[in-house]
Ligand binder design. Structure first.
Ligand SMILES: Cc1cc2nc3c(=O)[nH]c(=O)nc-3n(C[C@H](O)[C@H](O)[C@H](O)COP(=O)(O)OP(=O)(O)OC[C@H]3O[C@@H](n4cnc5c(N)ncnc54)[C@H](O)[C@@H]3O)c2cc1C
Ligand code: FES
Length: 412
């Protein structure tokens, strides 16, 4: 009886042990799967957002509010919330939004225009912020019309206006994996991506040393003044230097103190302890042209030097390829889209050509400065009217300002 019971019990024990082993195996496998899945998810999430658009095409945004940022009202922030009410995807500080508008031309017909505007604050799931400077005719050409899109936004866009917006994009982004000091150098409205970077670094990397050099004509031109002062007061690792090129005499009190002139290496070397930081520069063309080479010469390493120019989105005739109708069309193949189309020469660039034939390529500035449209060249060659501002990776091209030299295969 004892033997029989023991045998049954033994069988029970063996079965229980087997079941326990199977269950343990399932639990371990589940844990491993979960870990692998988590690791995969994290790796995916860690990819720069610039590599993957948060949404395809355009998304409707409603202007929630607008706020003047300077005394003259020439720089205005717009807060944009998605019409679909979904929370906003995070972006990488430094990225911009691309706006597609239809505005009346001189003859009153609507024409499509595209402009990029940097996100001017760190991520907020309920609204994006952009800050736009009214673009006026150049001083030496008062006969020219003022900026088309910035004037429209300043004069006609009010709370409730719906705008069509492409997802955050751009490669001029703060690298938050690096702990080396970050040196942000802004000229005028070039402050927008750099302010977002400063805010993101303070939030996510509280130990990182952050230097912000902000060049303005006079203190009336300065934006985000209250926030900058608060950031300076609250964070000992945030160092702000405002440099006025043409300060107003006796007007501005304490705001008028500080360095005057233009931001250059002499000024930087007097304030920065070393060149070992990561430098981000965004400002008007003259500032970029002098400062970027000077920083290289000073010893800033190439991989620590990041810059973006707010080149005019409307490309002047001298920079644009002119249409050249061809007797024998070239063959352009878009490999991923599986389309082969004749290039007859009526388009000035491959981006317009692709869009005209229903192929959607990512784009931002459409003037060769942001890198958003960079595409692999699988075969053939692309020509430009002038060397692009953006440093193109070998084997790739910028369709927004490029045209085929002969038959061409693009990765897109
Ligand atoms: C990545 C990126 C981010 C940007 N971020 C910001 C930002 O945060 N804030 C911001 O304010 N801007 C930003 N910009 C600049 C912005 O995209 C626009 O270029 C800017 O607002 C001017 O556009 P507009 O349509 O108002 O002017 P446009 O109509 O493009 O005119 C530009 C200038 O050309 C002049 N002009 C007009 N007609 C002619 C002509 N026939 N010949 C020669 N000149 C002419 C105008 O008077 C004006 O001075 C950014 C640009 C890029 C590429
Ligand atoms: S769209 Fe900006 S470089 Fe082509």
């Amino acid at each position: 009886m004892l033997d029989k019971v023991t045998g049954v019990e033994l069988l029970g024990y063996i079965s229980a042990a087997l079941l326990a082993q199977i269950a343990a195996g399932i639990v371990i496998a589940a844990i491993r799967y979960q870990r692998a899945h988590d690791a995969g998810f994290d790796q995916e999430a860690a990819l720069p957002t610039s590599l993957k658009a948060a949404w395809a095409g355009t998304r409707a945004f409603r202007v929630r509010s607008r706020q003047s940022e300077d005394r003259a009202g020439n720089q205005v922030s717009f807060y944009l919330e998605p019409v679909d009410g979904e929370p906003l995807e995070p972006f990488v500080a430094g990225q911009f939004l691309t706006f597609q508008l239809k505005l009346p031309d001189d003859c009153g017909s609507l024409r499509g225009v595209t402009r990029c505007y940097s996100l001017s604050d760190c991520h907020n799931p309920s609204a994006y912020r952009i800050t736009i400077k009214r673009s006026v005719a150049p001083v030496d050409r008062p006969d020219l019309p003022p900026g088309l899109v910035s004037s429209y936004l300043h004069d006609f866009v009010t709370p409730g206006t719906i705008l069509q917006v492409r997802a955050p994009a751009g490669v001029f982004v703060l690298d938050e994996d690096i702990l080396a000091p970050v040196v942000l150098i802004a000229g005028g409205i070039g402050i927008t991506p750099l302010f977002a970077m400063a805010r993101a670094a303070l939030a996510d990397q509280p130990e990182r040393e952050i230097h912000l050099f902000y060049g303005v004509r006079d203190h009336h031109e300065q934006v985000f003044g209250t926030d900058l002062k608060r950031m300076e007061a609250q964070h000992p690792n945030f160092h702000l230097t405002i440099v006025q090129s043409d300060p107003l005499p006796g007007d501005g009190g304490a705001e008028s103190t500080g360095p005057t002139g233009f931001i250059d290496v002499n000024l930087l070397s007097a304030i920065l302890p070393a060149t070992n930081g990561h430098f981000y520069v965004c400002g008007p063309p003259a500032m970029m042209a002098s400062l970027v080479p000077a920083l290289r010469e000073w010893g800033v390493a190439e991989d620590a030097l990041h810059y973006e120019a707010f080149g005019p989105a409307s490309i002047g005739p001298a920079e644009t390829l002119v249409p050249q109708l061809l007797q024998t069309p070239l063959v352009v193949r878009f490999a991923r889209s599986g389309r082969t189309i004749d290039w007859t020469g009526e388009d000035t660039n491959l981006l317009d050509f692709a869009e005209r034939h229903g192929i959607d390529l990512p784009s931002g500035c459409r003037s060769g400065s942001c890198g958003t449209c960079e595409t692999t060249v699988d075969a053939g060659e692309v020509r430009y009217a002038k060397p692009p501002a953006f440093d193109i990776t070998d084997g790739r091209c910028l369709p927004c300002i490029g045209a085929p030299v002969g038959d061409l295969v693009l990765g897109a």
